[in-house]
Design a binder for this molecule. Structure first.
Ligand code: PLP
Length: 428
């Protein structure tokens, strides 16, 4: 009876107590954060400056600006790339909401592009058809820690005079032809939210190699001023700015974690390889891909259920949700992240962010903008079939644990014909 699924009363295959919390904390973190507490300096200062310099050096960027979130860094990118009211910015139809709402933050209009089924990233072959006379930029989301086909994207951008903003919030250390995410477009945003592969609690980093883009982003970052808070300020708002700075405690934590990133990265890659091997050849499970030339950071190992292979002809989301529940019952913390594609979210369907229908009510801004979900079939199909594995592959967890997780998932797929999704979803 060891094969009896836990959701049907069998013994769980995996003990979740084996999983170590993320991120690991040691004396380096404690010392650096306590030193800030003892220093009496908490707003932007030496640690924030050092974190910027160390991050830029680590990733190979000329400039870095430490922010209070990845979303703030994205908004800075949109503004710094010269996007204005009523302009169009392309963005994939499947991502985190702020990959697209950062465009609205600058009074501009998201225009969605469907995803490529295999990579789950923006479909490079659908970009040109989405370009309108108002298009100024493309936000390329390096989703799950995998980089998009940047050579093709940069060629399209050059041809149409567009700026490319990388949403690298999930892509710390991910490589495209040996070059790191965050150096591949005109500027990029990273997030240090606790889920991400580098954590400072909350926080983010704006990076660019372009002096003008850096200068414009810095104004958005700190009240529209032209001087950093550690320089002699004149407290003058030269442009519309926000307050996107972070603080010394967060910077110290981020710096301590960045020192340990190489080990974290190696662990994630090794654990994902062990899991991937365990899941190979499983009927009904479609493993995520790592295309030639790309190095995944495995922020999220994101498999999909092949409904045809398991002979399920009903609602795919119902079956997916039941399988997720069955895997969770085995003790494995899988989850469903986005249940909606972006254009289907209420803020876009309503086309009314600021009241009065703005920014879509700007004359001409709505021309060629169509958020009908069926225009994004790959994103829709993906959304109903995937499940996410975000934390369980992180350091200090080991390949031995990853293999056990793989075996627990294997148990569910080997017995998938015993799952009655309707019944499973009615269970408590
Ligand atoms: C986390 C994330 C963001 C936002 O980062 P925050 O630091 O939470 O603001 C944006 N885009 C993607 C793809 C993300 O995963």
């Amino acid at each position: 009876m060891t094969d009896q699924l836990a959701i049907l009363g069998g013994k769980p295959a995996f003990d979740p107590a084996e999983l170590k919390p993320w991120p690991p904390i040691d004396d380096t973190d404690r010392k650096m954060v306590l030193d800030v507490l003892d220093s009496g300096k908490f707003t932007y200062g030496a640690n924030s400056k050092a974190f910027q310099d160390e991050f830029a050096a680590w990733n190979g960027n000329k400039h870095a600006i430490f922010t209070n979130s990845g979303t703030a860094a994205l908004h800075m990118g949109v503004a710094a790339c010269g996007v204005g009211a009523g302009d169009h910015v392309l963005v994939p139809a499947y991502s985190w909401s702020s990959s697209a709402t950062c465009i609205i933050h600058h009074d501009a209009i998201p225009v969605f592009v469907d995803i490529d089924w295999k990579t789950m990233l923006i479909d490079v072959n659908k970009i040109e058809a989405a370009i309108t006379p108002r298009t100024k930029a493309i936000i390329v989301v390096q989703l799950h820690g995998l980089t998009a086909d940047m050579d093709k994207i940069m060629a399209i951008a050059a041809k149409h005079n567009l700026k490319v903003i990388e949403d690298a919030c999930q892509a710390h250390g991910a490589l495209y032809k040996g070059r790191p995410a965050g150096t591949l477009g005109h500027c990029a945003a990273f997030s240090f939210n606790q889920n991400k592969c580098l954590c400072s609690g909350e926080g983010g980093m704006f990076v660019t190699n372009d002096d003008d883009i850096r200068a414009r982003a810095a104004q958005v970052w700190s009240f529209g001023e032209t001087r950093a808070p550690n320089e002699s300020r004149d407290y003058h708002a030269y442009a519309l700015g926000w307050m996107y700075r972070s603080n010394e405690l967060t910077a110290a934590f981020g710096r301590a974690q960045l020192k340990k990133f190489p080990g974290y990265y190696k662990a994630c890659r090794e654990n994902a390889a062990a899991l991937d091997k365990e899941l190979t050849g499983l009927k009904g499970l479609e493993r995520p891909t790592e295309p030639p030339g790309c190095t995944h950071n495995w922020y999220n190992y994101c498999p999909r259920i092949d409904m045809e292979a398991i002979g399920w002809t009903g609602d795919p989301a119902l079956m997916r949700n039941a399988v997720v529940k069955a895997i969770q019952a085995e003790g494995v913390p899988v989850s469903v992240w986005q249940r909606f594609i972006l254009p289907a979210m209420t803020v876009f369907q309503a086309k009314n962010a600021y009241g009065g229908g703005y920014p879509w009510a700007i004359p001409g801004a709505n021309d060629g903008v169509d958020y009908t979900p069926s225009r994004f079939p790959a994103a829709l199909r993906h959304c109903d079939r995937y499940f996410a594995m975000v934390m369980c592959l992180r350091a200090p967890n080991t390949p031995a644990t990853a293999r056990k997780i793989g075996q627990a998932i294997r148990k569910v797929f080997d017995n998938i014909n015993k799952i009655d999704p309707q019944k499973v979803m009615e269970m408590k």
